[in-house]
Design a protein around this ligand. Structure first.
Ligand SMILES: Cc1ncc(COP(=O)(O)O)c(C=O)c1O
Length: 388
């Protein structure tokens, strides 16, 4: 665990040390940060996965900077199932979404350039940008019952050397989707400021309920230069297989130049292994059954959690539209850092403070909704009885 404010780092190191010591002492830790789908008792179709990975075609090396045709065709079919038509030539395979980000930073930016990133959100952007020599400018997502982008603020944050804006849709940990009216404004904003739009859509298959106002992907947006990111890590809950993808869209010279250059960059690395590329069509077919289990787990943990936070409680549960996380608002009497240390030391409870995801205000805890239900319930009971 790490984060960007200095006190956080100190607390995090302290937390990590305590966790390690408790593990050495064989203490029974209750982990509410568990987001690794392979260790939460999900039933994977093991035989089918292993058989897909042992395709003899993988014994032949056929490098292709965009990725093997059949693997990209499987991605076209993945979108087709969602009634979205994409051009197979616009897909580039990567080893992960994290790698996709660094490839896009290389593509779109020179050292010293900047990009706009949402907060609260996935806490890796600052670090991924730093290793590419580019700077992140945080734009805060506001909350007043729903999460939304403040477009006036966005404009004031945009600098001459700002090249792109990232959205995480649906966002992690707020579980909020971009809305159609926000996408229209974002497109105008990108046009006015000549920015590329990067949309991280790894949680797009985990909507908790339907809503016509939301944007589930920007894959078909072509008025500006866009990049939709997704991958097996969440789409099939197979992060260990290391396969993600970038879907580029746009028009005119800007698009063709970016497309050619992205092909040049991916050709330098050729980072996706042949076995996983050959397995992709089968893996994406298996994904639905795995997603169903995860979504069922997230929905039932969320609804149980909701039932435990009574109207008279000092805590409240923020509503979510999608994803694997929930945010609990707690009284600001004790700083988050102190509270999570106390929970760890006294209750063996591991929990993310809001600041881990750059939630700007004190008084929020983030819990993973894919935690095994028995652990989730014991842990939440301990948490609620400590907070009161
Ligand atoms: C929003 C978001 N994007 C990307 C990732 C990482 O994906 P990958 O394993 O493909 O790098 C995560 C991981 O939790 C995430 O939450």
């Amino acid at each position: 665990m790490f984060s960007s404010r200095t006190p956080k780092e100190l607390t995090t190191n302290k937390l990590t040390k305590i966790i390690e010591q408790k593990k050495l002492d064989n203490e029974n830790l209750l982990d509410l940060t568990q987001s690794n789908p392979t260790s939460i008792d999900i039933i994977y179709p093991e035989k089918e996965i292993l058989s897909a990975l042992s395709n003899p075609k993988a014994l032949i090396y056929q490098p292709d900077p965009k990725g093997l045709f059949n693997a990209r065709k499987a991605i076209v079919d993945y979108y087709k199932l969602r009634k979205i038509n994409i051009d197979i030539e616009n897909i580039f395979l990567t080893a992960s979404t994290s790698e996709a980000y660094t490839l896009l930073f290389k593509l779109l930016m020179e050292p010293g350039d900047s990009l706009l990133v949402p907060v609260p959100s996935y806490p890796l952007f600052e670090h991924l940008a730093q290793v590419e020599g580019v700077k992140t400018i945080n734009y805060t997502l506001h909350y007043d019952g729903t999460w939304y982008i403040d477009f006036h603020l966005l404009q004031s944050l945009c600098k001459k050397n700002t090249r792109a804006i990232i959205i995480v849709n649906p966002n992690n940990p707020t579980g909020s989707f971009l809305k159609k009216n926000e996408l229209a404004k974002l497109i105008e904003f990108c046009k006015d400021n000549q920015l590329a739009l990067i949309s991280d859509e790894v949680f797009c298959d985990y909507a908790h309920y339907a809503d016509n106002e939301r944007v589930s992907t920007i894959a078909e947006v072509s008025e500006i230069l866009t990049f939709s990111l997704n991958g097996l890590s969440k789409a099939a809950c197979l992060p260990q297989l290391k396969l993600g993808w970038i879907l580029i869209n746009g028009q005119g010279d800007n698009f063709y130049q970016a497309h050619n250059r992205l092909e040049f960059i991916t050709d330098l690395f050729l980072s996706v292994s042949s076995p996983v590329q050959h397995a992709l069509p089968e893996l994406l077919k298996l994904a639905e059954g795995i997603q169903e289990q995860i979504l069922k787990r997230a929905l039932s943990n969320y609804s149980w959690l909701k039932s435990q936070i009574k109207p008279e409680s000092v805590c409240s549960l923020l509503p979510i539209e999608a994803g694997w996380y929930a945010i609990i608002q707690i009284p600001k009497i004790v700083p988050e850092e102190e509270l999570i240390l106390e929970l760890l030391i006294k209750d063996n409870l591991i929990i993310h403070p809001g600041y881990f995801f750059d939630l700007q205000m004190d008084g929020y805890l983030v819990v993973s909704l894919i935690t095994k239900p028995n652990i989730f319930q014991v842990a939440i009971n301990k948490l609620l009885s400590r907070i009161g």
